[in-house]
Design a protein around this ligand. Structure first.
Ligand code: UFG
Length: 331
């Protein structure tokens, strides 16, 4: 298939692009490189472009004529979204509407969307399934709820077929160590812990120790980026076969606390890095764990890397490679 991938130079998008290439798909990556890197695009053609540039977007789509679109490009940091809500609504909602405008005008029928567990807010059950109420507690989560709604209405009006994948906490790196998280200001726990182990920051702050969880720190469902990538291919195949739009959670179904992750990171790296206990970070729900029964049942998804030490090991190998790479300062 010909697949147009927005955000394909970023962390998750680049892993999916690599996998699409391995499965023989023809890929065009459209990315503004605000957080991504052209070197991370291991398959297909690269076009540097912004989704707000409607002329370039339409011209690129017109020339390429894809069969399907995968839309990763977005701002993704919960805490930043509480400080910069307008940037989040513009990047995530307005730009997604630009993209949908362009593709529905061209009659492109299949769409895979990167949604998030942040749509649930503070779920009343754990694990949480797709029928839980959507009550986001930060602007980031709200942008994703809004685009899911836009997709639903666009599907009804224009015949678009879509799958929205609600990601839980994506982590780890390509097991071949060719790509990984490469954003210098990444705020994700595992990346921060490993960069502390490397000495790139003095200490790791644990945000909040008074949550209603086992050890008082937040609990998350960490999913390896390679398993998440496989879910994208399976979702696209399912969509082509059935034409049924849907929304599916992507996670393993069990959670680890911040302190669990810190301990695994110390074991994997062999570094007893300094940790400080800090106040809560705005926008953080206490616990997010996925019920991914639907994804497994409908697409046959069967994760291969449900193993936190393996996730951290792949991320650690990647962080070490990245710090050796020339120009590591601008990662
Ligand atoms: N944390 C720390 N110290 C850090 C970084 C993070 O204690 O230096 C804590 C956070 O406060 C949170 C947990 O580690 O409790 C996980 O934080 P991350 O930043 O790694 O991830 P989030 O859960 O905030 O968000 C991620 C994605 C979102 C997605 C969400 C879904 O960034 O896009 O997972 O579960 F919506």
């Amino acid at each position: 298939m010909k697949i147009f991938v927005t955000g394909g130079a970023g962390y998750i998008g680049s892993h999916v692009v690599k996998l699409l290439g391995q499965y023989g798909h023809n890929v065009l990556v459209y990315d503004n490189l605000s957080t991504g890197h052209e070197w991370a695009v291991l398959s297909g053609t690269f076009v540097r472009g912004d989704l707000s540039d409607r002329r370039l977007l339409t011209d690129t789509l017109n020339d390429y004529r894809p069969d399907a679109v995968m839309h990763f490009a977005a701002s993704i940091q919960v805490e930043e979204s509480t400080r910069e809500p307008l940037m989040y609504y513009r990047n995530n909602v307005v730009n997604s509407i630009n993209l949908l405008d362009a593709i529905t005008d061209l009659g492109i029928g299949y769409f895979i969307y990167s949604s998030t567990a942040a749509t649930y807010g503070v779920p009343g059950t754990s694990p949480v399934d797709e029928n839980a109420p959507l009550k986001p507690i930060n602007p980031y989560g709200m942008t994703k709820v809004m685009v899911e709604k836009v997709l639903q209405d666009t599907a009804a009006a224009r015949g678009l077929k879509y799958i929205a994948l609600r990601y839980f906490n994506v982590a780890g790196a390509d097991p071949d160590c060719e790509i990984g998280q490469a954003y210098s200001r990444a705020t994700h726990l595992i990346t921060r812990a490993l960069r502390t182990a490397q000495g790139a920051q003095d200490r790791l702050s644990v945000f909040g120790t008074d949550y209603p969880t086992r050890d008082g720190t937040c609990v998350r469902d960490y999913i390896h980026v390679a398993d998440l990538s496989a879910a994208h291919l399976l979702a696209l195949m399912y969509l082509r076969q059935t034409g049924e739009s849907d929304i599916m959670n992507c996670g393993y179904g069990h959670g680890f606390s911040v302190l669990d992750v810190v301990n695994v990171a110390k074991t994997v790296t062999g570094v007893d890095f300094p940790v400080e206990f800090a106040g809560r970070r705005p926008g953080d729900p206490p616990e997010l764990v996925a019920d991914s029964t639907k994804l497994k049942r409908l697409t046959g998804w069967s994760p291969l890397h449900d193993d936190l030490p393996f996730i951290v090991e792949t991320a650690w190998k990647w962080e070490q490679r990245l710090s050796r790479k020339a120009g590591a300062s601008d990662r």
